[in-house]
Every structure is written in structure tokens, then in C-alpha cells.
Design a protein around this ligand. Structure first.
Ligand code: ZN
Length: 441
């Protein structure tokens, strides 16, 4: 079994007790953390262990991007509101997507993420076979779900998602999982929600859905169903602890109560909500109600960066600006949302550094002006730098399932030049097909 020793770093475990080691070592055996302690107490290591000098680096859990879409069209359309953007850009593009384009889109998306310290993505997209191959090659932990919608919308069907489950769930040492994914209520019906819920329960897997993202969605739901989106999802028994509801920007008090009562997790995606002009979610109220809230970047079409350090900063500052309250959303809380809350939402043994857990770990370089001054004995100061001062380029090393995917910012599993070339070509091919698909649709 391979062994990895991360020696002498500032170990921010984010465990229940908030354990912090100013100079600590983390040992990984195979895919799990086997030892954490002070550097001077380090246990004997195997002769062939890979030793990583973590001096001047923060050793912490990898980030969990709780609402993620593989994406191909970054910067393709930057100024439309959500509904128009979906109809004119996102849906035509993903309808035109072939297996090869999905594969290169996922290679590019997952690579962008691991370069910025993301170790898990909760990815709702199409052509999951291609995504699973990409996730296996890149080495990221991926939870994949389809874009299920009513048939007339020409996206994915429930059967597509069930087939993907049978083909890819549990692949790559369990690193790749499949969940059910339903696009959003404007493309769904109460019957479809019930069918997806039943299939997820039968297969023992969770569900990923967009809920209450925009006012246009809420109005559409009131018009068609006489209910707000989350009210409808609650009424048909769709919600539960295995559901990740993305956005939830416009939740009523009743809907917050429904989320809390059912144990549903929410992915807060503040930079996407800001860019698409959707508004600001009521995260302080969600947290006060006891809801598990993680963080996601959404997709690079509606964010333009998959950098979760940026998203963390938005997740704090937007609420402070809106409510004129500088005490809201402190850095250590936001850091936990971006790691352990996301892992908990997916039922993963990641998101904190504890012995026995899966080894998804990142090393963040602090020997830079961006991290200066640095109070090494004060973990809250490290959190402050991570959330407010850093961006993803400070990530030096990314480890998933005990495997080093990037070290010293050198990618080990992929050829970035090749990905850039092929993804550019795939984008051009897909855009050319979009017009054909538009005419057929
Ligand atoms: Zn989304």
C-alpha cells in the first residue's frame, strides 16, 4: 500500500473540535488518513513513502464544490438573465454536445478545479459515461447526475440517469458516484419529481436539483402549480437528507422551515447568483434554522471561474454588504461550509482531516506576500487569509483518495496543453452543431 507523508505543515483539520497543529504531520496510507500529530512525534514511515515537505504550507481538507456543472462555453454569453441565458445558450449547447465534447469539457472543468484545490465536484451535466472517464483520468472525486427534464425539452430522461448509475456508480475505488439529477421545475412536473424521488430511493442514491434560483422560476411555479418550487417539492415528498438543492435564493420562511424539517442540504452559489442577477440567498436564516449549507461555483458559463476561493469570499461579503453587518459569515464558518458541509451533504467521509477518513487533502502555500503577515499560532488568521486574501493559485498540492494529482503546481495526471487544444476544438464543433440542433428542436 502506498504511503504519503505530509511533513511539518500548519495542519488545519477542521474536525469537530477545531484541532490545529502549528507544525504537524499527516500520514496517508492508501486512500485514507492513518496518522495526524505534531511533527516531532511523527511515526516511523515505510521505506518507499513519498515525503512531501509541507513547511510554510497550510495542510487542510480539499474543497467540495457542491453545485457544479461541467462546462464548455465560458465567456460565451455574459449578459443575459437566467431564463434567457438557459434558452439561448445553455440548453442549445448541451443539446448539441456529443460524447467527445463532453469528455473534453469535463477534462478541462475538472482540471481547472483541482488546480484550485477542489477535490470533490457535485456535477450535474449530460453524457455521464464521458464524465466518468474524465473523472477517472483526472483523479477528482465526482458525484455525477443527469439533467432530467420532461421529454419535450429534449434533455435527459430518468432512464438515462438510471442507466448511468448502473454503468458508473462506485467506479474508481468508489471515487465516482452517480446520483439522480433533475434540472428545475420549469422543465418538470409533480409526477416527474415523484418518479425521480422513487428511483433515487430504490437505488439508494441522492438527488441534485435547482430550486428557487430566480424570481422567474418562482413565478412560473406559482402559475403552473399554485405553489412555490420548494413548497411543491415538499408536498410531493421529494425533499430529504439525500437531496442537494442548489441556489434557494428566494425561499419564504415556510420554505426554509421545509428544508430544515426534511434535512435537505443547500448549495449556496453566491457568485453565480450575482452574475445572473438572481439576488442574494437568505443564508444567515438558513444556518439559523439548522440547515446544512455548502458552497458551489455553479458553472463557468455563469461564474466564469471555478475558483472556490473566490466563491468563499463572495459567500461572506455579499451578506455583509446587503445587511450592513460586518460580523456576518466569518471566515472560519465559510471555510467549513466549503469543506465539511459539502462533504456531509454528499454523505462523504471527507471535508475534514481525521484519522480513518478518506485522504482528500490540499497544501496551500503561505510563503508569499498574499499571506503576509501570517500569525502561525492563530488558526482564525489562517482562515481569514484563505477566505479573504487567497485565490486558487495559492494551492500547491492537491491529493484525492490518497493520490497526488498536483504537486508544486505541476499536474501529474493530465496534459494541460492537450486539454486546452482539444477543448477549444470541441467548443467550436459544438457551437457549429448548435444551429442544426436549434432548427430541429
Ligand atoms: Zn446550476
Amino acid at each position: 500500500m502506498s504511503q504519503l507523508v505530509l511533513r511539518g505543515g500548519m495542519v488545519l483539520t477542521l474536525d469537530d473540535a477545531g484541532t490545529y497543529l502549528e507544525r504537524g504531520t499527516v500520514v496517508v496510507d492508501g486512500d485514507r488518513i492513518s496518522w495526524i500529530g505534531a511533527a516531532e512525534d511523527e511515526p516511523p514511515t515505510a521505506g518507499d513513502a513519498e515525503i512531501i515537505d509541507a513547511t510554510d504550507k497550510i495542510v487542510m481538507p480539499g474543497l467540495v464544490d457542491l453545485h457544479f456543472h461541467t462546462a464548455l462555453g465560458k465567456g460565451y454569453n455574459d449578459h443575459l438573465p437566467l431564463w434567457e441565458y438557459l434558452d439561448e445558450c445553455w440548453y442549445p449547447l448541451i443539446r448539441a454536445l456529443d460524447h467527445d465534447a463532453a469528455y473534453w469539457a469535463a477534462m478541462a472543468s475538472y482540471t481547472e478545479s483541482i488546480k484550485a484545490g477542489v477535490t470533490t465536484v457535485n456535477d450535474m451535466y449530460r453524457r455521464l459515461d464521458a464524465l466518468a472517464v474524465a473523472a477517472e483520468e483526472v483523479g477528482i472525486r465526482a458525484v455525477l447526475s443527469n439533467d432530467i427534464a420532461l421529454e419535450e425539452h429534449d434533455l435527459d430522461t430518468l432512464q438515462d440517469n438510471v442507466d448511468a448509475f448502473h454503468r458508473s456508480h462506485g467506479a474508481a475505488n468508489g471515487r465516482i458516484q452517480v446520483r439522480m439529477g433533475i434540472e428545475w421545475l420549469p422543465l418538470a412536473s409533480p409526477e416527474l419529481l415523484r418518479d425521480v424521488r422513487r428511483a433515487a430511493t430504490d437505488l439508494g442514491i441522492g438527488i441534485h436539483i435547482h430550486l428557487n434560483e430566480s424570481m422567474s422560476e418562482v413565478e412560473n411555479s406559482l402559475q403552473r402549480f399554485g405553489r412555490r418550487p420548494t413548497e411543491l417539492a415538499y408536498e410531493v415528498g421529494f425533499l430529504g437528507p439525500d437531496v442537494v438543492a442548489a441556489h434557494c435564493v428566494h425561499l419564504s420562511d415556510d420554505e426554509i422551515r421545509m428544508m430544515a424539517e426534511t434535512g435537505t442540504s443547500i448549495s449556496h452559489n453566491p457568485s453565480s447568483n450575482a452574475k445572473l442577477g438572481n439576488g442574494i440567498a437568505r443564508v444567515p436564516e438558513m444556518l439559523a434554522a439548522g440547515i446544512n449549507v455548502g458552497i458551489g461555483h455553479d458553472a463557468v458559463e455563469c461564474n466564469n471561474s471555478a475558483d472556490m476561493f473566490e466563491v468563499m469570499k463572495f459567500a461572506s461579503l455579499m451578506h455583509r454588504a446587503q445587511r450592513q453587518d460586518s460580523a456576518l459569515m466569518p471566515a472560519d464558518l465559510v471555510l467549513r461550509m466549503a469543506t465539511r458541509n459539502g462533504a456531509d451533504a454528499l454523505g462523504h467521509e471527507t471535508g475534514r482531516l481525521v484519522v480513518g477518513a478518506k485522504a482528500d487533502v490540499i497544501l496551500v502555500e503561505t510563503n508569499s506576500v498574499e499571506f503576509t503577515p501570517l500569525l502561525r499560532d492563530t488558526p482564525v488568521h489562517l482562515s481569514s487569509h484563505l477566505v479573504f486574501a487567497a485565490n486558487g493559485s495559492a494551492v500547491d498540492t492537491t491529493i484525492v483518495d490518497g493520490k497526488v494529482l498536483m504537486r508544486g503546481r505541476q499536474l501529474r495526471t493530465v496534459d494541460e496543453d492537450l486539454i486546452v487544444r482539444e477543448t477549444n476544438a470541441a467548443f467550436r464543433r459544438t457551437v457549429a452543431r448548435m444551429d442544426v440542433v436549434r432548427r430541429e428542436h
